[in-house]
Design a protein around this ligand. Structure first.
Ligand code: E4P
Length: 217
């Protein structure tokens, strides 16, 4: 399973790239607004840091506008993935980009039928929003499993990109549902390596090692 980071914060992306564990970046208009920076500049800066996929979302609501914006975004760098909303207009734009070999991430997916349409439109990625379904008392992880079954049944090549991830548990759920990718906020990504028993074990080993008076180097 690939790990993407879900942020428009360039410093976070830089420091997470240094771990060597990052396979891509996703952004959305809310994350760009939070960064307070110019959208096109941020995407260009991220693409200078990494050649992994970087999702950049269109703001138009009609297919024609999405295609124009998507072409502009795709022109920033070869690794830009055009993010399109899961509407009929978005799917039309998706089909267009598939024809021209531009990668797409069809976002705001909340049902298996929507995911089915995204695959039929030739999306590179579909983004089911796990956390937002959990927010309304539904099981986001079940949606991931349903999409996996459908895509495997029909041999669709669209990748399942588990999004709206809010906790380490969501990451486990995405992995168990055999999502291809999970996009995770920086704070949650950092938490994945933590465990109190790991910390306790290290403290103990450090103390015991010191007591031996030895050094490895
Ligand atoms: C996905 O690509 C979105 O950027 C993101 O995961 C949405 O997460 P949220 O529901 O926590 O805003």
């Amino acid at each position: 399973m690939d790990f993407f980071v879900d942020t428009a914060d360039v410093d976070d992306i830089k420091s997470l790239l240094e771990t060597g564990l990052l396979d891509g970046v996703t952004t959305n208009p809310s994350l760009v607004a939070k960064s307070g920076r110019d959208f096109l500049e941020v995407i260009a800066e991220i693409c200078r840091l990494t050649d992994t996929p970087v999702s950049a979302e269109v703001s138009a609501l009609d297919a024609k506008g999405m295609i124009l914006e998507g072409e502009r975004l795709a022109g920033i760098a070869g690794n830009v993935v055009v993010k399109l909303p899961l509407t009929l207009e978005g799917l039309k734009a998706c089909k267009h980009f598939r024809r021209y070999g531009v990668k797409t991430n069809v976002t705001l997916c909340f049902t298996a039928n929507q995911a089915l349409l995204a695959a039929k439109a030739g999306a590179t990625y579909v983004s089911p929003f796990v956390g937002r379904l959990d927010d309304i008392n539904l099981e986001g992880s079940h949606l991931l499993g349903d999409i996996r079954t459908i895509y495997n049944t029909y041999d669709f090549d669209t990748k399942i990109l588990a999004a709206s991830i809010r906790s380490p548990n969501h990451v486990t759920q995405a992995a168990l549902a055999r999502a291809d990718v999970v996009t995770v906020p920086p704070g949650v990504l950092r938490k994945l390596a933590d465990h109190p028993l790991t910390k306790q074990g290290i403290d103990q080993f450090v103390a015991d090692w010191k007591s031996t008076g030895q050094s490895i180097l």
